[in-house]
Design a protein around this ligand. Structure first.
Ligand code: 48H
Length: 263
């Protein structure tokens, strides 16, 4: 066997590769077609469909992992469920599943989540992890035209140490996929531009239809998806079932493609 198995690459090349590629991509995506805030199931499927249709999509996630609440299905058990017709999304992603009662499908949550993340990446969605969105960019008539971000750890530092401004990035459309927090919606509420409710009690038979029906443009330039829709409009919650999240993301992608075609 040869003495050396790996190429003669040292620390400086590895550091240059990481820093160089990160900032090359960041510079390119400072201006995107769509910025999706939140890498949960609704944000990932929306990003995947948009990027697959040719849109330039940047996804911002405050954690160092994607998937949001999709890794675990409820009660900390790693099975996930969807109700018909959302099993079609599992089929599309190549996730194995079974029907446990008519119209109810169960899959391994880590498998489903990993496939969804991979599908978004394969389609061309670019991702900024450990990045917190804490404000919006507004233009004429208060149209949302981008977001203000900072590295997540900065938000945990004492103000005296981290008295620094965030940076702003621009896009034609911003998507709030931040789940229960509805973080982007709340940026507008702080300015009196949108009135935000709080998600209602559990009622699965109603909630998922309502989330998909209410998915759309809540304010010029801002599309709200997934659990953020329930928080914004005070809709009932659905508990550990994810079909509404997936179909909300897919509906949003269709709406956004329509909006982009007019810009
Ligand atoms: C950057 C942020 C910020 C921010 C939040 O919670 P999620 O999984 O969201 P959805 O809507 O795609 O899916 C909801 C689902 O997981 C769920 O919880 C359900 C169905 N609950 C039902 C019920 O009854 O409770 O993901 C949101 C993502 C997370 O990864 C956050 O870390 C991220 O958004 N995020 N990222 N900047 N300001 N706020």
């Amino acid at each position: 066997m040869a003495d050396k198995i790996f190429s003669a690459v040292g620390e400086k090349e590895i550091t240059r590769a990481i820093v160089g590629e990160y900032f090359r991509e960041f510079t390119e995506y400072v201006e995107s077609d769509v910025i999706i805030v939140g890498g949960g199931p609704s944000g990932l499927i929306a990003g995947r469909d948009l990027a697959a249709a040719g849109a330039k999509v940047l996804l911002i996630e405050r954690n160092n992992y994607l998937g949001g609440g999709f890794w675990i299905g409820g009660y900390l058990l790693n099975k996930t469920t969807v109700r018909a017709p959302a099993q079609s999304v599992l089929e599309e992603l190549g996730v194995p599943f079974s029907e446990t009662s008519p119209g109810l499908f169960v899959a391994d949550a880590p498998h489903a989540c990993a496939k969804l993340i991979a599908a978004a990446c394969d389609a061309g969605v670019k991702i900024l992890s450990m990045t917190l969105c804490d404000d919006v960019v507004l233009r004429e008539n208060n149209r949302v035209a981008g977001v203000v971000i900072n590295w997540t750890p900065v938000s945990t530092l004492p103000r005296a140490i981290a008295a620094l401004d965030p940076v702003a990035i621009e896009s034609k459309i911003v998507v709030d996929g931040t789940g229960h927090d509805a973080s982007v919606v709340k940026c507008l509420e702080r300015r009196g531009l949108l009135k935000c409710s709080t998600f209602g009690a559990m009622w699965v038979e109603r909630s998922e239809d309502l989330v998909v029906q209410h998915t759309g443009e809540a304010h010029p330039g801002l599309i709200v998806i997934g659990m953020a829709v329930s928080t914004l409009y005070g809709l009932p919650r659905m508990g550990p079932t994810f079909g509404g999240m997936l179909l909300s993301g897919k509906k949003a992608a269709e709406i956004i493609l329509g909006l982009l075609s007019k810009k």
